[in-house]
Design a binder for this molecule. Structure first.
Ligand SMILES: [Zn+2]
Ligand SMILES: [Zn+2]
Length: 400
């Protein structure tokens, strides 16, 4: 594997680091883009940056900073709850024209998952798809632009907690540190040129019910708390399309009756019970609507009520010329259109959406999102690099 040739073992840490002189040499025009990208991506995969491994994430961020050291960038390192963040901007601003955003953290994997290997044009390893591939592109692009970065208004935002919510990363940086920006490229989708146009919101609820205990032989003397929970949830379900719904994209609100506890023994009417619900909702439904459903159910079932445990807003990417231009570039570079998709999961894009910052969430051919065999197509990764390079030319280059 050619990418192995620029790796050497760091004696102190045992972690494989790049030979930096070779990495610089590989940024020249003579070496094909695929080699540069697979080298950088292989280095990144070797850091076992599972979300709760602060040390591995810190080491990976340090390595990225080293790769950018000679470039005209303002670098800021911020850390919260053991989750390091790295921000690099071409100007002294928190509000660049374009963010190149990505998360360094990955979901867990076996030790083998952190030993990247190339097979049939695919680079395999944890994070090749989700989403160190984007970080590799960003590093390669910033190195390629080199001293000309001064002519751009561009930012790199790397976080390390997306897989566990992004609360110490993108959300914290935007909400508490005031980072903004015109648009964020954040290729954290299912890949294969599917472009995320919306994502559902999430709300978690705890439903509790109080009843009256009685002997099971005289149920008319009691009030069954579990029956109340079921009645409450049946009431909420009147607003939800039941599954199987028959439509393949399921772009509707859903309810998962997740947990239930209650009752002490078989011969007793239970006097208390509680349950948890997970309701996913589209951008056409507001959290206030869901609160209204809960209020309605509580009115219908005396003794039962619901408390909201978590709420994350849905979002929909606003279609404008910046999104159209990205689609045009993909068409020109790859010869095909992006496939618009509506997501059932969530990503850090939602934290940008809260501040009305549109996101571009699309990626090249890849597979194995959160499963053992994760890989990315290296030729397609090079095409994606070219798409992002052209996009940065169009939207981050300063005219004066
Ligand atoms: Zn991801
Ligand atoms: Zn459905």
């Amino acid at each position: 594997m050619p990418s192995e040739q620029v790796l050497h073992k760091n004696q102190n840490t045992g972690v494989t680091h790049p030979d930096r002189s070779n990495t610089r040499a590989s940024a020249s025009h003579a070496i094909p883009q695929t080699t540069i990208l697979s080298d950088i991506l292989s280095h990144l995969v070797r850091f076992p940056t599972i979300s709760d491994d602060g040390a591995a994430n810190l080491e990976a961020m340090d390595w990225v900073e080293q790769q950018l050291a000679t470039l005209p960038l303002h670098i800021t390192r911020l850390e919260r709850n053991g989750h390091p963040n790295l921000i690099a901007t071409t100007r002294k601003t928190k509000n660049p024209k374009v963010w190149l955003a990505a998360h360094m953290d990955v979901v867990s994997g076996s030790p083998e998952a952190f030993k990247p290997f190339m097979q049939g044009g695919q680079l395999h390893g944890r994070g090749t798809h989700d989403m160190k591939s984007a970080i590799a592109i960003y590093i390669a692009l910033l190195q390629k632009l080199g001293q000309s970065l001064k002519e751009y208004d561009l930012g790199l935002m790397l976080t390390s907690d997306e897989e566990i919510g992004g609360f110490d990363g993108v959300k914290w940086l935007l909400d508490e540190h005031g980072y903004r920006g015109d648009i964020a490229i954040i290729p954290d989708s299912g890949g294969s040129w599917a472009m995320e146009m919306s994502a559902k919101g999430v709300s978690w609820w705890k439903v509790t019910a109080a009843g009256l205990s009685a002997h099971a032989g005289r149920v008319w003397h009691g009030e069954n708390a579990i029956d109340k929970i079921v009645a409450f949830i049946d009431n909420v379900r009147t607003h939800i399309i039941p599954e199987p719904c028959g439509t393949p994209d399921h772009q509707h609100n859903t309810l998962n009756f997740a947990t239930i506890t209650g009752g002490a023994s078989t011969n007793q009417v239970p006097d208390e019970a509680s349950a948890q619900l997970d309701i996913r909702f589209t951008a056409d439904t507001s959290i206030d609507t869901i609160k209204a459903w809960m209020h309605e159910a509580a009115m219908a079932v005396p003794g039962a009520h619901a408390k909201m445990l978590l709420a994350e807003a849905p979002y929909r990417v606003k279609e404008d010329e910046r999104i159209d231009d990205f689609r045009r570039i993909v068409r020109e570079v790859t010869g095909h259109d992006v496939t618009p998709v509506n997501s059932h999961g969530s990503s850090d894009a939602r934290h940008f959406a809260v501040h009305d910052i549109p996101t571009i969430n699309v990626g090249p051919t890849a597979s194995g999102f959160h499963v053992p065999d994760e890989w990315i197509d290296i030729d397609d990764l090079a095409r994606f690099y070219e798409v992002i390079r052209q996009y940065v030319e169009d939207w981050a280059k300063c005219t004066v």
